[in-house]
Design a protein around this ligand. Structure first.
Ligand SMILES: Nc1nc2c(ncn2[C@@H]2O[C@H](COP(=O)(O)OP(=O)(O)OP(=O)(O)O)[C@@H](O)[C@H]2O)c(=O)[nH]1
Ligand SMILES: [Mg+2]
Length: 361
């Protein structure tokens, strides 16, 4: 093995690192605030070892590495992922979506703590394409997930701050691999119901949970948006105090509607239940249902088949992205494109002909 492999330095010396203690790297503990970031380099091998040992500080650094946009970091991240892929894949990946304020983070707090009580290690990732600077949402989430974020059996990572959904999704998929290699049994991925983010999260999880709130005036909002067709479970949250009856009514309506809707997963009948993320009512039912889902889909092979299909879809998407990038970087294309665009816009040239002229060597 090449011992002189270039070492990785975190790209931004953010607060995430500032107060952390990195132990076991190069054989000794390093107090982070004592030295500048550039002085502390961690090799891919050290990251691999640390992650396999469940070291959350190194897991966090590895995620920063996969989130980096630099070419050098890309290479190192891919090397690390190659090493860790064989020890990944054994978690259950759960996507959680719902309109802003539905109670996703509050649910993750109580559901996560419930899972920990059952001996599970829980990682929480977020996809929030609307936040260009993730700092705000970290703050919100950390206060909503106060106990969970302090628990040693959990790991919480906010959404990468890069704006484009495609880029964010790649980073999240790679972060899932890292979390699994670090021994996390359940990966929760929170996304706010904006734009395409639900479809994107659906394409990387085994189980998709849609959170709704009763009494929002439009109980069946998800049906219109087609999101119910993605869900394996609909949870009507905030079923507490004087909202219980409304929530139960909404659950009945959903369960009726679900008879007419194509289910999201093979060998699984989507259902709706009530829950209160605050009182904890219904939280254990969610875990029961997830386990039933795993049993039903694993025994029939559809669980494994979906994962394979998801990976191939991702492969396909990355090919498309890479080919398009290469196309747009090509000097010849760059030179021809504006003229042809104008000709097409002015109606001087048929579109299909313009494309074939563009692609002509
Ligand atoms: N009564 C009641 N309030 C709840 C419940 N769950 C969440 N809330 C409240 O609803 C508000 C929003 O909760 P969050 O958990 O931040 O919702 P979210 O879906 O994560 O919101 P975004 O991250 O902004 O999309 C907070 O004030 C919570 O205290 C619940 O079960 N019952
Ligand atoms: Mg939230």
């Amino acid at each position: 093995m090449d011992k002189r492999r270039p070492e990785w330095t975190p790209p931004n010396a953010g607060s995430e690192f500032a107060s952390s203690v990195v132990s076991g790297v190069h054989g000794k503990a390093v107090k982070a605030d004592n030295q500048p970031m550039a002085a502390r380099k961690i090799s891919v091998d050290a990251l691999e070892e640390g992650i396999k040992a469940g070291n959350r500080t190194l897991l966090s650094r590895a995620i920063t590495l996969v989130e980096s946009n630099s070419a050098k970091h890309f290479e190192q991240a891919q090397e690390l992922l190659t090493k860790l892929l064989p020890v990944s894949g054994s978690s259950i990946r759960i996507g959680i979506t719902g309109v802003p304020g539905a109670g996703k983070s509050t649910l993750i707090e109580s559901f996560g703590l419930h899972l920990i009580e059952h001996g599970k290690k829980v990682a929480v990732l977020a996809i929030d394409p609307s936040s260009t600077i993730s700092k705000g949402s970290i703050l919100g989430d950390k206060t909503r997930m106060e106990q969970l974020s302090r628990h040693e059996m959990s790991f919480i990572r906010p959404s990468p701050s890069s704006g484009k959904l495609g880029g964010v999704a790649r980073k999240t998929r790679e972060s899932i691999v890292l979390c699994e290699a670090a021994g996390f049994d359940v990966i929760l991925i929170e996304t706010v119901g904006v734009g395409q983010s639900e479809t994107t999260v659906r394409s990387m999880v085994d189980f998709f949970l849609l959170m709704q709130i009763a009494g929002a005036g439009d109980e069946l909002q998800g049906i219109k948006k087609g999101i119910i067709e993605l869900a394996d479970l609909i949870v009507v949250n905030k079923a507490d105090q004087d909202n219980i009856q409304r929530a139960q009514l909404a659950v009945r309506e959903y369960n009726n509607a679900l008879h007419y809707i194509r289910h999201a997963s093979k060998n699984w009948q989507t259902k709706a239940i009530t829950c209160s993320a605050i009182t904890g009512d219904g939280i254990s039912d969610i875990w029961e249902i997830v386990q039933q889902f795993c049993q039903a889909t694993r025994s029939t092979g559809s669980f494994q088949a979906r994962r394979k299909a998801q990976t191939l879809e991702w492969f396909d998407a990355l090919i498309t992205e890479a080919v398009l990038n290469r196309f747009h970087q090509d000097p010849d294309i760059k030179q021809k494109l504006p003229r042809l665009e104008q000709a097409v816009a002015e109606g001087e040239l048929p579109v299909a002909l313009a494309v074939s002229q563009l692609l002509k060597p």
